[in-house]
Write a protein that binds this ligand. Structure first.
Ligand SMILES: Cc1cc2nc3c(=O)[nH]c(=O)nc-3n(C[C@H](O)[C@H](O)[C@H](O)COP(=O)(O)O)c2cc1C
Length: 232
């Protein structure tokens, strides 16, 4: 039997993307996002207009989509609830967002030059897609959201993920970090307490079940786990 509970959040589980873009002053920015999907050699990215990333993509027409594996969750959580935009909107400061001009430094991630676009790749991410903006569409009637259509110009993949002698990624070797209802999952299991879920005041409190032992302190103390062999 189905029910109609008036579901408020429709984040059923999608891969986390760390988008890198260039700010106006040339410095790099990182934003975690997960409203992304791919069709052939294109991707569509759903972004809030008030983010620094949306402004950067619209202005520069370029980005890199870096896919973290689930064991990189510590890095991702560190940059959650931050923005590269100095004059952030009031709703974000009320939610607890902080302005962070150097997210590579905050996360402990490493810049790696891209080959076809200006924003850097993230060395530690096993999959990196260099992209060029092709179109932008408003989403929803109320404004505030944009779907950016980008063309994937070049995809870099850690060698260990590629099925030898083919052009395919081994689906068993690739364990994406999944955002489900603001919580982090890998291999179908919760993997880390989530600042995003805390910011959204999600009612499920995953930190009290599977992630119990470390309690809320885990949000402050969690050390990122470096993926085995980040390669160039
Ligand atoms: C796991 C995760 C997924 C997110 N997904 C999205 C998303 O799909 N779209 C979006 O606009 N913001 C998303 N956010 C929020 C952005 O990261 C947030 O707006 C951030 O301030 C953007 O950074 P920027 O202002 O430096 O671009 C997500 C955050 C996290 C932690």
């Amino acid at each position: 039997m189905h029910t109609v509970p008036g579901i408020k959040v429709l984040y059923f589980g999608t891969p986390v993307v760390l988008i890198t873009t260039r700010n106006e002053d040339g410095s790099p920015n990182i934003a975690p996002m997960s409203s992304a999907w791919w069709l052939n050699g294109n991707a569509v990215l759903g972004l809030g207009d008030s983010s620094q990333t949306a402004a950067n993509i619209a202005r520069e027409g370029e980005c890199v989509l870096n896919l973290p594996s689930s064991d990189m969750v510590g890095y991702v959580d560190r940059v959650a609830m931050t923005t590269g935009r100095r004059d952030m909107p009031e709703y974000k400061s009320e939610m607890g967002y902080r302005f962070v001009p150097d997210k590579f430094g905050l996360a402990g991630l490493t810049e790696q030059a891209a080959e076809l676009v200006s924003p850097p790749r993230i060395l530690e991410c096993p999959i990196q897609m260099e992209c060029r903006l092709t179109a932008a569409h408003p989403v929803g009637g109320e404004g505030g959201l944009t779907a950016f259509e980008v063309e994937v110009l070049r995809t870099h993949v850690e060698e260990r993920l590629v099925i030898p002698g083919t052009h395919y990624i081994d689906p068993e070797a690739w364990d994406p970090l999944i955002m489900k209802f603001c919580e982090f999952f890998g291999g179908g299991r919760p993997v880390h307490a989530s600042r995003l879920a805390a910011g959204w005041e999600m009612p499920h409190r995953l930190g009290t079940s599977a992630l119990d032992e470390d309690g809320p302190e885990e949000l402050e103390d969690a050390e990122p786990v470096l993926s085995g062999s980040a390669s160039a």
